[in-house]
Design a binder for this molecule. Structure first.
Ligand code: NAP
Ligand code: MG
Length: 494
């Protein structure tokens, strides 16, 4: 039997659904070196530390490659290269010329999109469907979008005179490695800044591939530098006196550390931090679509999404129906090989994150919540976690209040719109939220009262380069994407 060009085995699995035959993406078109160096001043150079660390494939727990570990000296060289490129080349170049380089990077990325997608899934564990259809196209689109702004900054900020800041230190997490790099590098270049980017230690490979593309694009040496390493390399960047701007995406504790570190300096910062989004389903919602939205919001990409809809609020009179449909949908989710096109939930990014998620699942049970997991089989090897649902939770439970960053969803019910607004806002985070209802008036009522930077209505997890993204409260400040994303990289004269 064939469906969507995929052969379906005629053996029924326990839940009564059909099982797909494996459909793995091929890896014969990708090139991964055994060892990667630091990308500083347009060249790949050995680290002063003389140290390398392993990046592993979380689906197999096997090493993929060795990656250079930058120390303070390496960070200093990278920042000085960026400063030199800023002073002598990039800040003097007209916007229309800068745009040509950014377009070229976008096109080269697009040409190698398949290779990027496979490496992203191997290094980070996310399903190929997601890296192929979301991460890589969106990353390319960010470069295209901001290339278009480079010579139009005067129109982005009418009657104001924007000028660049200097050297931008950009520190990114492991959940959307290439996309986060694109979110940060593209607007910085469009506005005339130079960059030192540090990827997360567990997912450095696509950023290093991007370095190869940047080199091939002929971008002047030092305009973008990519340095791999641990948190201490990130900290050295934050403290470097020649850095003018810090763009950080990551956890709230490291965001707080950065704020302390730059207090009293002239460094500008944008911080995109953790989240614990409220996903709200009203009785008049299209329930089947809402269930699909819930699944998309928390289980795809293993819940490794800062804006994951991890707190579900369902209006009381439809709760039983929503839970029944949600459980049935969870039973059909395929957990397994990230490179298989049928996979819904790939591998957890690292052993550390895997242990954190397992601890939260134990904690949920200890707090008295009722756990549901489908009976699906997990691969014998690798870091995999079943989609997990917690019923009978309350506002005071730690699994409701704290960011788990895994495929774990807690459900609460509500009766009135006032009650759900109160509950949804009763959290230190304020990054995103979702609402499902047939009534436009309810959507407007909620969006004006929920303290969240992004609110999706009758959909979830939708992104576009022209749309700003960012948080309130402990989810950080500053916006990325759209014109707002340009504003984070300029100062105004007068
Ligand atoms: P993380 O531990 O804060 O790490 C983020 C980056 O900061 C990594 O490159 C990390 O390097 C580096 N770093 C660690 N300590 C540092 C220090 N003292 N100074 C400077 N840099 C330092 O976060 P994560 O665990 O990778 O990512 C998950 C978190 O990111 C979640 O909380 C999630 O919500 C958040 N996130 C937010 C958004 C958003 O847009 N708001 C988007 C994606 C993710 P190492 O990898 O070497 O530790
Ligand atoms: Mg890895």
């Amino acid at each position: 039997m064939r469906k969507n060009n995929v052969t379906i085995k005629k053996t029924a699995v326990k839940s009564g659904t059909w099982q797909y035959a494996p459909a793995p993406e091929s890896t014969d078109h990708i090139e991964i070196k055994q060892q990667y160096e630091l990308f500083i001043n347009g060249k790949f150079v050995k680290p002063n530390s003389k140290k390398y660390f392993d990046t592993i494939n979380p689906a197999t727990e096997k090493k993929i490659s060795s990656v250079a570990q930058a120390n303070t000296k390496d960070i200093d060289l990278a920042v000085k290269a960026a400063k030199n490129a800023y002073d002598n080349v990039w800040s003097k170049m007209p916007g229309a010329e800068r745009a040509k380089y950014i377009y070229r990077i976008a096109r080269l990325m697009q040409e190698r999109a398949r290779e990027f997608a496979v490496i992203e899934s191997m290094d980070g564990g996310k399903p190929i469907r997601e890296s192929r259809d979301i991460d890589i196209p969106l990353a390319c689109n960010h470069f295209f979008y901001y290339a278009g702004w480079a010579d139009k900054l005067a129109y982005a900020f009418p009657n104001r005179k924007p000028s660049s800041l200097g050297v931008a230190a950009q520190i990114i997490p492991w959940n959307f490695p290439l996309l986060m790099a694109a979110w940060k590098i593209a607007p910085a270049l469009a506005t005339g800044n130079t960059v030192v980017l540090k990827p997360a230690e567990s997912t450095p490979l696509t950023a290093l591939k991007l370095a190869e593309i940047i080199q091939a694009s002929g971008l002047p040496d030092g305009v973008v530098n990519i340095v791999t390493g641990y948190g201490d390399a990130g900290a050295a960047l934050v403290h470097h006196p020649l850095v003018n701007k810090i763009a950080f995406t990551g956890s709230t504790p490291v965001g707080k550390y950065i704020q302390h570190a730059i207090a009293g300096t002239s460094k500008k910062a944008t911080l995109e931090l953790g989240g614990k989004a409220a996903h709200i389903i009203f009785e008049d919602a299209p329930i089947d679509q809402a269930v699909e939205g819930i699944v998309n919001g928390i289980f795809f990409n293993q819940g490794h999404v800062c804006c994951a809809g991890s707190r579900l609020f369902v209006q009381e009179n439809i709760a039983a129906l929503v839970i029944k449909k949600l459980k049935r949908r969870m039973d059909t989710l395929i957990v397994g090989d990230p490179l298989d096109k049928n996979t819904d939930i790939g591998a957890i990014n690292s052993k550390e994150q895997f242990n954190t998620i397992q601890q939260y699942i134990k904690l949920g049970i200890a707090e008295g919540a009722e756990m549901y997991q489908p009976s699906c089989e997990l691969p014998a090897q690798g870091l995999f976690c079943k989609p997990t649902l917690f019923l009978h939770t309350s506002q005071s439970h730690r699994i409701v209040q704290e960011e788990i960053f895994g495929p774990v969803l807690s459900i609460q019910t509500f009766r009135t719109i006032e009650e759900v607004i109160e509950k949804a806002n009763n959290i230190p985070y304020g990054l995103s939220a979702g609402v499902w209802t047939d009534k436009g008036s309810k959507i407007f009522n909620l969006t004006t009262q929920l303290r969240a930077g992004v609110i999706w209505a009758n959909t979830y997890n939708k992104f576009d380069p022209s749309s700003p993204f960012g948080g309130y409260k402990e989810s950080g400040f500053g916006r990325e994407g759209g014109i707002h994303g340009l504003a984070s990289y300029v100062k105004f004269e007068g």
